[in-house]
Design a protein around this ligand. Structure first.
Ligand SMILES: Nc1ncnc2c1ncn2[C@@H]1O[C@H](COP(=O)(O)OP(=O)(O)OP(=O)(O)O)[C@@H](O)[C@H]1O
Ligand SMILES: [Mg+2]
Length: 499
């Protein structure tokens, strides 16, 4: 199938999200859709996959004009999309989800469906069991399921919106292999929205770049076998130039750690269904940045939740300042200046259906009664300060992913003792990620300690004073971060350390 988008326009109130975008995607091709936060990428892809109607413009499939009235009709034409923030968690199993969305006419027998599912799982080396309840799946597994569900429905074009956020390097390699086969062997059109330039360069045959709602150009990606580190850097620089109209400055790392202890962990044990973190002793100092590395589900999430009272600890002590907070709830930690920020934007941190002002109201405890006028003004100020593209009355899910992340940042208190942040730059473009770190480092300069997790090794190396590498609940501490290469860190994350 060949896809042509012709002069697509889409407005949301005053925001002109797509300003006459024209683009063509050929079959058998993997095309990257690049652009800064709010550039209009998700909007364009939602229009192509029927989740949103365009205000005007045309969609042509194999040169035929098509009109959809929703994602189901786009699917009937063979176009399927994985959403940026998958929310469809229900009490279903993998197999039930796999056959979900088929019309009765196509509803296969359970056993046939299971065979089909297993064949796809095996072909792509996915990690899925038909009987697992969806809610027990990791982000990567949900994604794998959604891909094969769409394939089961016979899609000819597969759209993925930031699929590599929140998955491990290994899971990413599996995903990319699957996408290469789907495009190059099965001749699907694969469209990939991403901020990760390395990923795009590695996977895509070509890219288009959107800036402020316009298509500002396209570029062929180098052949994989010719891709040297030098060519990688050169290609990245050219893409950044296209995305932002300028090259970004490199930043230097400087420590602001002091000797004042903020948090002390003493022989801490934490246990959940799968993992056991045993005997951690650690002192966190004011102004210190501690990065947590590890594959998805290696214990870093559990650790972060345990040290701020969100998960029960099995043994050991947690002191904050000179207070013993062992076994106390998160609220106690918060009153002592320990604040947690979750990665799952719409799962934990933000509430779909609430406006920006309502979010600010939720965290505001200075007033006994809610004064909406004052709050709306405060929200305006936050929006301006944090450079959020949105209005106080917008519901949070209407914002682009990167702008949601900025709102999360705006909701954090100004000067906590310790910030515990899960993947603080998840889904952000280079420029926005840089901006978030400026905000964090500003707080650190004033003594706030930061513990953060990230799947990005270069982010860990760039900002951490120390790195704790997690591998199935075991922890290896890297103290000499500037003397550690990304490559060495990669090996540690894979479990190549003894303890
Ligand atoms: N449903 C909506 N209601 C109001 N505004 C919207 C809606 N969806 C998108 N927008 C706005 O349109 C613009 C483009 O958003 P879009 O989600 O397409 O950006 P994006 O390129 O995907 O960004 P990101 O990289 O942050 O995900 C943004 O300013 C966003 O706030
Ligand atoms: Mg988006």
């Amino acid at each position: 199938m060949n896809i042509t988008l012709n002069n697509i326009h889409k407005r949301f109130g005053p925001v002109h999200a797509n300003k006459g975008i024209t683009a063509a995607f050929g079959e058998g091709q993997i095309v990257g859709i690049l652009g800064e936060n709010g550039a209009g990428k998700s909007t364009l892809m939602k229009i192509l996959s029927g989740f949103q109607p365009a205000d005007s413009g045309e969609i042509l499939l194999d040169n035929n004009h098509i009109r959809y009235d929703g994602p189901q009709s786009a699917l009937a034409y063979g176009i399927g999309m994985l959403q940026q923030d998958p929310l469809d968690v229900g009490a279903f199993t993998v197999l039930e989800n796999y056959v979900f969305g088929r019309s009765d006419r196509f509803l296969p027998k359970w056993r046939d469906a299971e065979q089909e599912l297993l064949q796809l799982v095996q072909r792509f080396g996915f990690d899925l069991d038909p009987d697992t309840p969806i809610e027990n799946l990791s982000i990567a597994q949900r994604q794998q399921l959604e891909i094969i569900r769409l394939l089961g429905l016979g899609v000819q074009a597969l759209i993925l919106d930031e699929p590599t956020t929140g998955i491990s390097a290994e899971q990413k390699a599996t995903l990319f292999d699957a996408l290469r086969r789907l495009a190059h062997q099965d001749k699907l059109v694969v469209l990939l929205v991403s901020h990760k330039l390395e990923d795009v360069i590695d996977l895509c045959d070509s890219v288009i770049v959107l800036r402020s709602g316009e298509n500002v150009g396209s570029m062929l990606m180098p052949e994989t076998h010719t891709l040297s580190p030098a060519l990688m850097n050169e290609t990245k620089a050219r893409l950044v130039q296209m995305m932002f109209g300028q090259e970004l400055p490199q930043q230097k790392r400087q420590s602001a750690a002091t000797s004042r202890a903020i948090m002390q962990l003493n022989n801490l044990h934490v246990q959940d269904k799968r993992l056991h973190i045993a005997g951690v002793s650690l002192t966190v100092h004011a102004g210190e940045v501690i990065g947590l590395a590890g594959l998805d589900g290696s214990g870093q999430e559990l650790f972060m939740r345990a040290v701020c009272g969100l998960t029960r600890t099995a043994e050991g002590k947690i002191h904050v300042g000179n207070q013993d907070l062992t076994g106390k709830p998160y609220r106690q930690f918060m009153t002592n200046g320990v604040v947690f920020g979750a990665a799952g934007r719409l799962e934990e941190g933000l509430i779909a259906g609430l406006t920006l002002t309502e979010h600010i109201a939720l965290v505001d405890d200075t007033q006994a009664f809610i004064d909406w006028q004052t709050l709306s003004k405060a929200t305006q100020e936050k929006i301006a300060h944090y450079n959020v593209r949105g209005r106080p009355s917008d519901e949070i899910q209407q914002l682009s992913g990167g702008n949601q992340q900025r709102v999360l940042m705006a909701l954090l208190p100004e000067q906590p003792e310790l910030l515990i942040l899960e993947q603080p730059t998840r889904g952000l473009d280079v420029d926005s990620a840089h901006w978030i770190w400026e905000q964090l480092l500003f707080r650190r300069q004033h003594g706030t300690a930061i513990i953060f997790s990230s799947p990005e090794l270069d982010e860990l190396v760039a900002y951490s004073d120390r790195i704790l590498v997690f591998y199935s609940g075991r922890i290896h501490e890297v103290t000499d971060v500037s003397g550690t290469t990304i490559d060495q860190l990669g090996h540690l994350i894979g479990g190549e350390f003894s303890q």
